[in-house]
Design a protein around this ligand. Structure first.
Ligand code: KIV
Ligand code: ZN
Length: 388
């Protein structure tokens, strides 16, 4: 049996909770189809009970998606769970994801409930959901800041009621990798029926550690589902970024030793679609999907990459959906990169002396201009070139 890592995409639910990122039903449907092309395992399509619009979006996605499991979030109460089940009726594979907060802070100040009340509500909600759907995920909200003894009691109870996935959120992005990994491991060791459920990690990026925390939850904790979003979209500083998780696990397969169902060549199209739909620009130096993620500007790097790409590339741009890596010509570029661009532009200079002269003019120009475009090179060599 292969050891598979389940990719649970929550761009359309937790991602959409990002201020200013709300999407229409049609936009969500378009992104869901792209997530299906990306071959994620689970699409969290929304929070059906939160509005009629979200109910309709979850329903529309459930009705068309065939390959991925379609999931709706629901608070731990019968009304929310009923709405989720209703919206998911048409799904080829459906999941209800129910949650209730378990940290002292959230129980006392937000829910105004005692531990025993929360435990009972979690238990009854999972029982109710399990009668409506065979695939139930339970999340103890603010789980990472919860008392471990109490959390173990809650998780044991919900697994006994039929929860099939246990997701442990670091709701406020407070965790650090080793501690979060150990926390998941402790829960798995101490909850007596833990092997009856798949364990999942759900991390927020408030301290910039969501990806590292999720991976520690996998390697140290033994989690086999990661919850994540395209471009790391999500509340505040965002969620775990899907593209970083996927490419870390694929690129360092030697270390993680895990299988993924994802088709990585659909990552960049998905990133662009989410960015264009929400208006959230991807920072140029963002791993995997940033415009500079595969761009080489320094002469030494350009020369190395032109000789052998793996000198400075640990992944192939094409493998994640870029058309190719990018050699950016500027003042740090070397003669080899310049010659290569001449060739790509179909420019044949008669002699090495002419190449040298053109290269000198290129360097002069590059001192005055940050990036040299193809038109600049064409102008530079206009007099002495023979265009093939
Ligand atoms: O961050 C969180 O706690 C959540 C849960 C609802 C899973 O998004
Ligand atoms: Zn979240």
């Amino acid at each position: 049996m292969t050891d598979k890592l389940i990719i649970f995409d929550t761009t359309l639910r937790d991602g959409e909770q990002s201020p200013g990122a709300s999407m229409t039903k049609d936009e969500k449907l378009r992104i869901a189809r792209q997530l299906e092309r990306l071959k994620v395992d689970v699409i969290e399509a929304g929070f059906a009970a939160s509005s009629n619009g979200d109910f309709e979006a979850v329903k529309a996605i459930a009705d068309v998606i065939q390959d991925a499991t379609v999931c709706s979030l629901a608070r731990a109460n019968d009304r929310d769970i009923g709405r989720a089940a209703e919206a998911l009726k048409g799904a080829a594979r459906a999941r209800i994801h129910t949650f209730i907060a378990t940290s002292e802070l959230h129980m006392e100040k937000k829910l105004r409930m005692t531990r025993e009340q929360v435990l009972e509500q979690a238990r009854l909600s999972v029982r109710f959901a399990r009668n409506l759907c065979g695939d139930i995920e339970f999340s103890p909200e603010d789980g990472y800041r919860s008392d471990v003894d109490f959390l173990c009691r809650v998780l044991e109870a919900v697994i006994a009621e039929g929860a099939t996935t246990i997701n442990v959120p670091d709701t406020v992005g407070y965790a650090v990798p080793e501690l979060y990994g150990n926390f998941i491991r402790t829960l798995r060791e101490r909850v007596p029926n833990s092997d009856k459920a798949i364990w999942s990690v759900h991390c927020h990026n408030d301290l910039g550690m969501a990806v590292a925390n999720s991976l520690a939850g996998v390697t140290i904790g033994g989690a086999r589902q990661v919850e994540c979003t395209i471009n790391g979209l999500g509340e505040r500083a965002g969620n775990t970024s899907l593209e970083e998780i996927v490419m870390a696990v694929k690129t360092r397969r030697d270390y993680f030793g895990l299988e993924l169902g994802v088709d990585a060549s659909q990552i960049v199209p998905a990133s662009r679609m989410v960015s264009q739909t929400t208006g959230f620009v991807v920072q140029p130096n963002k791993a995997v999907v940033g415009a500079n993620a595969f761009a080489h500007a320094s002469g030494i790097h350009q020369d190395g990459v032109l000789k052998a790409r793996d000198t400075y590339e640990i992944m192939r741009a094409e493998d994640v959906g870029w058309s190719a890596n990018k050699i950016v010509l500027g003042k740090l570029s070397g003669r080899n990169a310049f010659k290569q661009r001449l060739q790509e532009l179909g420019i044949a200079l008669d002699s090495e002396a002419e190449v040298n002269a053109a290269f000198a003019r290129f360097k002069d120009l590059a001192d005055r201009k940050a990036e040299i475009f193809d038109e600049d090179i064409l102008a530079l060599v206009a007099d002495e070139s023979v265009t093939k």
